[in-house]
Design a protein around this ligand. Sequence first.
Ligand code: MEV
Length: 434
Amino acid sequence: MTHRSSRLSGFYRLNIDDRLQTLKRFAELDDRDIELLRKTDALPMASADRMIENVAGIFSLPVGFAPNFRVDGRDVIVPLVVEEPSVVAACSNAAKLLRSGSGIETDTTEPIMIGQIQICELPDPESAKAAIVHAAPRLLEKANATNPRLVERGGGARRIETRIFPHTAVGPMLVVHLYADVRDAMGANLINTMVESIAAECHELTGGDICLRILSNLADERLVRAVGRVPLAMLERLDLGLDGTTVADRVVKASVFAEIDPYRAATHNKGIMNGIDSFLIATGQDWRAVEAGAHAFAARAGRYTALATWRREGDNLVGRIAVPMQVGTVGGVVHVHPTVGVLLKIAGTRNADELGRLATAVGLAQNLAAILALATEGIQRGHMSLHARNIAASVGAKEEQIDAVVAEMIKRRAINRETAANLFGQLYPTTPLT
Ligand code: MEV
């Protein structure tokens, strides 16, 4: 395979046609793929109608692309579907910094999902638990019988565990956990079918009242870990009078703030999920499942904390993240939404494992971008220049005129429509009609 570089200097300056051509070359897309990206109605109404209920419309969002990623030695351009300005630019910039430190490296567990069976009305939870533990091999066999193809592909139910909650508002409760390797599926349907298939036997074994049978989104046995390094020299901000070491130390302080304070951790993690969710939407994933799992995982020690942390190690600023990644490349929207197919091709992720690794890497990059900005100039400057571009365009400035109007608005610290209209009039007076 030829080595493709995702290091695209000035991608943001290209017009949309040129960006599409760049993507076409990078991901070896065909003309049909490009047409799909161009279309604002790529998802046919009839497919949408089969996807959810009561359909009476289709909702579009922009897809931006973050170049510069290198993840596990592979160059990647990351598709991001998001409504918030700055997310794509921030991600690309952080990816550029991280690739200067040899890119992001990831590591995963097996794709193990958890299903739960809630058993109530138990006079003797301990003997109910013993009965489940004793019958575990049979229960696993039964769960696997629901999906022989999964077993053929190397997945399937692996083990059963039990947890007793002796004192609850509704009496003692036994919760059975079924752990299953779901391979390339997100796993919700597989797991739900498995736990439903063994529920009747759990009732027979325990005599209890079987209540819920559903997967847990706290997929803490389906984790992706990522680590990224930035050489300190790359962090210097001479314009702000800050050397790389000082910037790194400020990033570490920002990290520690999120590690110790849930109020800050929520915002820190929101920034991480800006990247992860945008990528998951682009690739047709159940991003709410990953959101739920990420936040629950962040609170696993009993106090909500940062999902990603940063420290100075030798001459590098080093970031580490761990996130439960319940993603899939078989089933779901992946084969239904035509644009998702093209975006997966661009991301180059061939299976759920690669998709989860990339999502986590994007989260780490997004976090670096956010806290780097916050620890130095603040985020409003970047936000305001994007906001200013929108205002300049809204008063009629053409693409080649926007920069000048924006620069002047920022210089005057007056970013509003009235100033934009005045400046536009002064800088580009229209030739009077004779
Ligand atoms: C904004 O969408 C996300 C940030 O608030 C994240 C953070 O504070 O780390 C910038």
